[in-house]
Design a binder for this molecule. Structure first.
Ligand SMILES: [Zn+2]
Ligand SMILES: [Zn+2]
Length: 284
């Protein structure tokens, strides 16, 4: 993508929403499929049982922790180091949450910090509006080059997830069909809530950080990033919505300050007590 604002080349946010960047058809198809499956299921199937709802919530919480603790705080910003087994288990949760592979997520996120509020900040709502920053950039923007932005993640333990992503996502999408003791409409309902609806929730929860948390007018202190308190329940309290705190102190392992709920940080604290997290960085 050109970095010159005066360039005459059509920018991706100026194209129709269904246009895909080279190689991004699979992302587009995934997002469309999640919305169609979730909409059809909600119309055609009954509400789930409490155990199914609790399982869906638990999977959202685990997936979100994988993304915020490992992808974001540990790998992107090196704010902590994790026991390798814990790290791999949480990467599995993040991949199953639809967050992509460690290398792709970290590369895009480091690009975001390196270019924040500039012309080449590809997910900025100040380019193409809310829907661009919330969803469209996922399939309409070029990938950040991992050789440049995630060159420290080229070990086998990270490259492995490029091959594992498709089977993990297939299991994540359809795994509800393995729910024991259910049949007929009840089984389909469980599969819908554990698969497409859970993944749709996780998708929009993550995307809200790039869109809603960057809708502010840029200022000298924290750019366009904002702390958005009302996203706390939507993110199950995992702390990513304290985004202005994060832009002010990117290498701080703690995103919430004082009374701001941050389960990601509380999880790191427990892991540190259990000697499963180390080299935890905290800003003053
Ligand atoms: Zn940001
Ligand atoms: Zn960050």
């Amino acid at each position: 993508m050109p970095t010159d604002p005066s360039a005459s080349v059509l920018q991706p946010w100026q194209r129709p929403w269904y246009w895909c960047a080279p190689g991004e058809w699979s992302t587009f198809g995934w997002v469309i499929a999640l919305h169609l499956l979730a909409a059809a299921g909600l119309i055609l199937l009954p509400l789930p049982s409490w155990p199914v709802l609790a399982a869906a919530g638990g999977l959202i919480a685990l997936g979100g922790l994988g993304t915020t603790v490992v992808y974001h705080r540990a790998l992107s910003h090196c704010a902590l180091a994790l026991n390798p087994l814990v790290e791999q288990a949480l990467i599995l949760c993040a991949v199953g949450n639809g967050s992509g592979t460690p290398r792709t997520w970290v590369a895009m996120h480091r690009l975001h910090h390196a270019t924040s509020d500039r012309h080449d900040d590809i997910s900025s709502p100040h380019h193409g509006g809310f829907m661009w920053s919330h969803l469209r950039w996922l399939w309409q923007a070029d990938q950040a080059p991992s050789e440049r932005f995630a060159k420290d993640l080229h070990g086998h333990g990270y490259r492995f997830w490029s091959r594992a992503q498709v089977p993990v996502l297939a299991l994540s999408l359809f795994g509800g069909l393995l729910w024991p003791g259910l049949g007929g409409a009840d089984l389909l309902t469980a599969a819908l809530w554990l698969g497409p609806l859970r993944l749709l929730w996780a998708l929009h929860a993550q995307c809200a950080i790039n869109s809603i948390c960057h809708l502010g007018e840029p200022d000298a202190e924290h750019g366009s990033s904002r702390n958005v308190w009302w996203l706390t329940p939507f993110l199950l309290g995992q702390g990513e919505n304290w985004h202005a705190n994060h832009h002010r102190r990117p290498s701080d392992a703690r995103l919430g300050r004082r009374a701001q709920i941050d389960f990601g940080w509380w999880t790191i604290s427990v892991l540190r007590v259990c000697r499963l997290a180390s080299r935890v960085r905290l800003a003053a």
